[in-house]
Design a protein around this ligand. Structure first.
Ligand code: NAD
Length: 526
């Protein structure tokens, strides 16, 4: 394996600008999933009290930050973007080393932060409100966007910096203070990203980092919501945890931003360009080892082209380069042992007798006894590598058609008519991303109208987002909130309405409004 072992670092929570020296949540190590003997970081974990202290620090700093003019806050975002751009390679290398994402994808992930900063630095000069005409003379109506206050952001680690940036950048730009709780399995990347925030000029306490496990985070969140220390929760992760956080927020009369799992369909019509569809299915099914929220779940293929599509897809997957993520591969290792275990124990266990398995010489972990032809790297057993798996013969009521299988596993189902295709595409209840390959605009627009997903692609894969287009899902994929672009502003600001009456007397809305005389009996002569 060509991975050069770099030194490990010690990382901890950062509250009010100060790194924590203790580890009330215990100590852990973070290892490189492509070579588990490579220790990336020693981690000092915080606990619920760390989370509470971070929210208190954020609360103490927020008002002063909100008083900084928005264009000046935009300058801090600009500086963050510059720092990220100037540290792009170093941060990308760390992403690859800690979560095993192929380096080219890591560069793309870090670029997404730069794009997000570029979008929001300008928003500091907009954050538009409106002037609205009043029903009465000598009275003006206005709307203002006001910051929500303290935002607690809890994120998954498969996009360890891009997805957090989608929350943190607009939250800070809008005048909020933030507490970020990243995934346990990406602490070194998170701490490095936090350092860039701290060097970008945000005052102490405006940005805080908490490294803690899920249960401690939940306990901290419960306390801070009850004490009204948190005004907005942003959560990206599994649908199961999202439901718990949604319930907790609901009890505290808060509407969180929930971005959850997906079972993303890709429909191949009989008139599709099959090679293009195969390329899209390969990238979205197996890129990042299938560990994206937008990873392809099931390819749903018109029966007239099913066998031809499957043959081409199988050939592409069999020939794909898999292995060392520092090299040119389709995918590297599973991000962490927990994802490897669930893939082997749970997701591969959904394959039934009526299914057929394709795509590699075996399923499960790649080892000396279960090798993968053309594996890129020296010894697959040093990392958490698994074979790619295509499962054909998937039916609408299969567990495999209805469960998010986080890993390199793609189902293939056949349809006879449109209704059958839509039942497969929508029946699972998720609604994040969906794609259709067709050369007929009628199919494309009918799909857009009937698919439950928040994001739809035509002749493009299910994966891939741009920093200025709304990102988010419906159903089991989220509560309808949207990130990115102007849409996320509604998560991190609240509309305030102002009316200003300078008539010098009390004018009552609806009651003191002038009328317009009209002759409503008037009719045109024939
Ligand atoms: P997860 O739900 O286990 O964890 C996500 C985060 O929540 C982590 O920081 C974790 O420590 C924390 N957490 C866990 N339990 C908690 C609890 N009870 N209270 C508070 N916080 C808790 O998710 P994961 O397995 O790390 O990530 C994979 C999942 O995330 C997949 O389902 C994937 O589709 C989803 N995801 C969604 C998006 C999106 O934008 N929709 C993006 C990336 C990942």
């Amino acid at each position: 394996m060509s991975t050069t072992l770099s030194s490990s670092r010690t990382v901890s929570s950062i509250v009010g600008g100060h790194p924590a020296a203790d580890a009330p949540g215990g100590r852990e190590t973070s290892t490189n999933p492509a070579d588990t003997s490579d220790v990336v970081a020693d981690v000092l974990l915080g606990d619920a009290s760390t989370f509470v202290a971070a929210c208190e620090a954020a609360r103490a700093a927020q008002r002063e930050w909100a008083a900084v003019p928005a264009p000046v806050r935009g300058r801090a975002i600009q500086q963050l973007g510059r720092l990220v751009e100037d540290n792009k390679e170093a941060l990308s290398r760390l992403v690859t080393r800690e979560i095993g994402k192929p380096y080219a994808e890591s560069l793309g992930e870090v670029q997404e932060i730069v794009d997000t900063c570029n979008f929001f630095l300008g928003e500091g000069r907009r954050l538009y409100g409106q002037t609205v005409p009043s029903e009465m003379p000598d009275k003006q109506l206005f709307t203002f966007r006001t910051p929500v206050g303290v935002a607690a952001i809890i994120t998954a680690g498969n996009f360890p910096v891009a997805v957090p940036a989608w929350y943190l950048v607009p939250a800070l730009l809008c005048g909020n203070a933030a507490v970020w709780k990243p995934a346990e399995y990406a602490p070194a990347v998170s701490e490095a990203f936090a350092q860039l925030f701290l060097h970008a000029g945000f005052p102490d306490g405006v940005f805080n980092l908490v490294l803690a496990d899920g249960p401690q985070t939940f306990a901290g969140l419960e306390q801070t919501l009850e004490r009204r220390l948190v005004d907005k929760v942003g959560f990206t992760g599994s649908s199961a945890v999202g439901a718990q956080i949604g319930a907790l927020c609901g009890r505290n009369l808060q509407s969180p931003c929930l971005e959850l799992g997906g079972k993303n369909p890709l429909v191949v019509m009989h008139d599709a360009d099959l090679d293009l569809a195969v390329e899209g299915a390969l990238f979205s099914g197996f890129g990042t080892s299938g560990q994206r929220c937008t990873s392809l779940g099931t390819v749903i293929v018109d029966e007239r082209v099913h066998d031809e599509f499957l043959a081409r897809f199988e050939a592409a997957v069999k020939g794909a380069a898999i292995g060392d993520p520092t090299q040119d591969v389709l995918y590297g290792p599973m991000i962490h042992e927990r994802f490897l275990r669930r893939f082997e124990d749970d997701w591969l266990g959904l394959v039934r007798d009526h299914h057929a398995v394709h795509g590699s010489s075996a399923t499960g972990r790649i080892t000396a006894a279960s090798p993968r032809d053309g594996f890129v790297g020296e010894d697959p057993e040093r990392g958490l590598f698994v074979h790619p798996t295509i499962v054909s013969g998937v039916r609408v009521d299969d567990d495999l058609a209805n469960t998010e299988t986080f890993g390199p596993l793609v189902g293939v189902a056949k349809f006879g008519d449109w209704e059958e295709a839509m039942a497969l595409a929508n029946g699972h209840g998720y609604g994040l991303s969906a794609s259709i390959y067709t050369t007929n605009p009628k199919h494309a627009f009918r799909y857009r109208e009937q698919i439950s997903a928040g994001m739809v692609s035509v002749n493009n894969s299910t994966s891939g987002a741009e920093a200025h287009l709304p990102f988010g899902g419906n159903g089991k994929s989220g509560n309808g909130s949207r990130q990115s672009g102007i849409w996320v502003l509604d998560q991190f600001t609240r509309w305030q309405a102002l009316n200003w009456d300078y008539a010098g007397r009390l004018q009552k809305a609806q009651m003191d409004v002038a009328d317009i005389d009209a002759d409503l009996d008037f009719r045109l002569e024939d």
